[in-house]
Ligand binder design. Structure first.
Ligand SMILES: NC(=O)C1=CN([C@@H]2O[C@H](COP(=O)(O)OP(=O)(O)OC[C@H]3O[C@@H](n4cnc5c(N)ncnc54)[C@H](OP(=O)(O)O)[C@@H]3O)[C@@H](O)[C@H]2O)C=CC1
Ligand SMILES: Nc1nc(=O)c2c([nH]1)NC[C@@H]1CN(c3ccc(C(=O)N[C@@H](CCC(=O)O)C(=O)O)cc3)C=[N+]21
Length: 283
């Protein structure tokens, strides 16, 4: 079997077209996203400029706020407070990771939940589990859209999530559970990773380790969703799965690049438009 390749770029493009219509229906309100970038980490700068370009293409206002690595937590919190009160801004994203002297939890909790388009605030995290108006984290929610677009039904399927971070693994499992999958979480202390992943109808690999998942880790016909963003020995971008061997055994697989990544950015735009709709009572 050779897997169907899930084209994240294409799905992202079609979702962005739908967003254009929603923006046109906003009756003159321009959705606004503020991105706070601290320090000059190269990868973060690349991601942030991709986010800005995507906003520009869609007619979303984006404001980049750069702060030095040495910024104090209180200065950062005051900036967030200003953005909370700024009526031209509907979404606030503070690029992670933060410098070690800044407490991530305090920063995340400072963003008002209604503008927390990353879906990291405890109110949004809680509502993902209990219900109610919320923003869902972009990467896992983007994966749910990809699975839906591919027509992959999750009811009763066994999904194994490799990784349990707050931004990817944990919410991924919650969203899969919401769609009635049977969910297993694996992490760095999991005793026998392969024993779990081999059982899975769907494997979501989000550990950040190149080649962690090989053909030996999956069953014939499994769906492999690769979240990893790693560099191989030649500096080439690659995921957590050994793409070629997994592709030969899986029924569907996401490539890196061009898989989950473009969907993450699209869901950020999606949440920002949704927020603008909520603020302007269009929805
Ligand atoms: N494509 C996209 O849009 C995005 C991609 N990423 C990428 O996804 C990857 C994961 O990101 P993120 O969740 O933020 O990373 P974290 O480093 O926060 O989390 C990694 C998780 O993987 C687990 N893990 C580590 N080693 C193993 C192992 N040998 N076996 C099983 N599990 C293991 C860790 O376990 P433990 O909890 O025990 O430490 C942890 O839960 C990274 O490559 C990141 O760059 C991230 C966000 C978006
Ligand atoms: N507050 C916050 N929110 C985030 O959503 C967030 C964050 N911090 N910190 C870092 C991670 C990582 N992340 C990615 C987004 C897009 C791609 C992406 O588009 N990747 C392209 C390739 C990119 C390239 O060429 O370098 C692809 O897979 O095709 C990857 C990774 C969001 N993150």
């Amino acid at each position: 079997m050779s897997a169907e390749i899930i084209d994240g770029k294409k799905i992202a493009q079609s979702m962005r077209e739908q967003l254009k219509e929603r923006i046109a229906n906003l009756q003159g309100v321009t959705p606004g996203l503020a991105v706070v970038l601290i320090g000059d980490n190269q990868a973060s700068q690349t991601y942030v400029s991709m986010k800005q370009k995507a906003c520009e293409n869609l007619g979303i206002y984006s404001r980049l706020i750069r702060m030095p690595e040495s910024v104090s937590e209180s200065d950062l919190l005051s900036t967030i407070n200003e953005l909370n009160e700024d009526s031209t801004i509907h979404g606030i994203l503070v690029q992670l990771p933060l410098p070690a002297h800044i407490d991530e939890t305090s920063v995340i909790e400072a963003i008002i939940p209604a503008k927390d388009v990353d879906g990291f605030h405890p109110i949004n995290v809680g509502r993902l589990q209990t219900g109610g108006e919320a923003f869902y984290p972009c990467t896992p929610n983007g994966i749910m859209k990809m699975l839906e677009y591919q027509g992959i039904d999750l009811t009763g399927k066994h999904a194994v999530v490799v990784g349990r971070s707050n931004i990817v693994g944990k919410p991924m499992g919650q969203l899969l559970l919401k769609e009635s999958a049977t969910v297993t979480y694996c992490h760095s202390k999991t005793a026998d990773l392969k024993a779990h992943t081999k059982q899975a109808d769907i494997v979501v690999a989000a550990a950040g380790i190149h080649n962690l998942i090989t053909a030996e880790h999956i069953k014939e016909g499994a769906v492999v969703i690769d979240v990893g963003m790693n560099r191989d020995s030649e500096g080439k971008l690659c995921g957590d799965a050994d793409y070629d061997s997994c592709k030969a055994k899986a029924s569907a697989i996401t490539p890196v690049p061009g898989g989950v990544g473009p969907m993450t950015i699209t869901m950020l735009l999606f949440n920002t438009v949704e927020s603008a709709e909520r603020f302007s009572k269009v929805k």
